[in-house]
Design a protein around this ligand. Structure first.
Ligand SMILES: [Zn+2]
Ligand SMILES: [Zn+2]
Length: 214
């Protein structure tokens, strides 16, 4: 599977525009293509995707982790041009109108494809994405507002944790990451340096333009 970070606070590639927010394009092993969050600004989202040669027309679903603006701000512009998608929203975010189909995810897991799931909305604020691979669970997180212990517990029900990518906010309980093979803390993650020094082999830098393959 592949994760292409198309929107992030920092830019990994100089030809992409950094902006506070997060979005990535997830392609699973069956080649289903899902947009995880949309950043804050639709013009930046679409421009970065174009620069990375990602065709937004290939996107089948949009997965919204939570209702904060830096994850949903690009959605109206995206749907304005590509309305033929199914949007998975946590129950706490109910502002989507124009998509082909809207699925509200409550506090239990939901299946999106054979190998793609939502953890369910945790703590009434945020859902995370679980992608199953032969190596284990790849977990994509927006801001990790629910406690990381809670998110990891929900994700581990699907299998052994292999990789985690996304925003981790003030997460500091580093022991929870022991055994995870790839850790890409980006977007709002406050303690990137500490995570890097705790797990130098697993650490992977993020930023717009990064493409991770697992
Ligand atoms: Zn947030
Ligand atoms: Zn955020």
């Amino acid at each position: 599977m592949k994760i292409a970070i198309v929107y992030d606070n920092t830019a990994f590639r100089k030809d992409l525009r950094p902006d506070w927010g997060f979005a990535c394009v997830v392609e699973d092993d069956d080649r289903h293509t899902i947009l995880f969050d949309t950043g804050a600004n639709g013009a930046i989202l679409l421009a970065n995707m174009e620069q990375m040669h990602i065709d937004p027309g290939d996107i089948e679903e949009v997965f919204i982790s939570h209702g904060h603006f830096d994850h949903t701000g690009g959605l109206p512009a995206f749907l304005g041009v590509y309305p033929d998608v199914k949007v998975y929203c946590p129950e706490s975010f109910r502002k989507v109108r124009s998509a082909r189909e809207i699925v509200t995810v409550e506090d239990s897991p939901a299946q999106i494809h054979d190998n793609v799931f939502s953890t369910g909305e945790l703590e009434g604020i945020e859902q995370s994405m679980v992608v199953l691979t032969k190596k284990g669970v790849v977990l994509v997180v927006g801001c990790s507002h629910p406690r990381m212990s809670h998110i990891l517990k929900a994700a581990s029900r699907f299998g052994e944790m292999y990789a985690i990518v996304g925003g981790m906010h003030g997460f500091r309980d580093y022991e929870l990451f022991r055994g995870i093979r790839h850790i890409c803390p980006t977007h709002c993650t406050l303690h990137i340096d500490e995570i890097r020094s705790s797990f130098p082999d697993a650490y992977t830098p993020g930023g717009a333009g990064r493409v991770l393959e697992f």
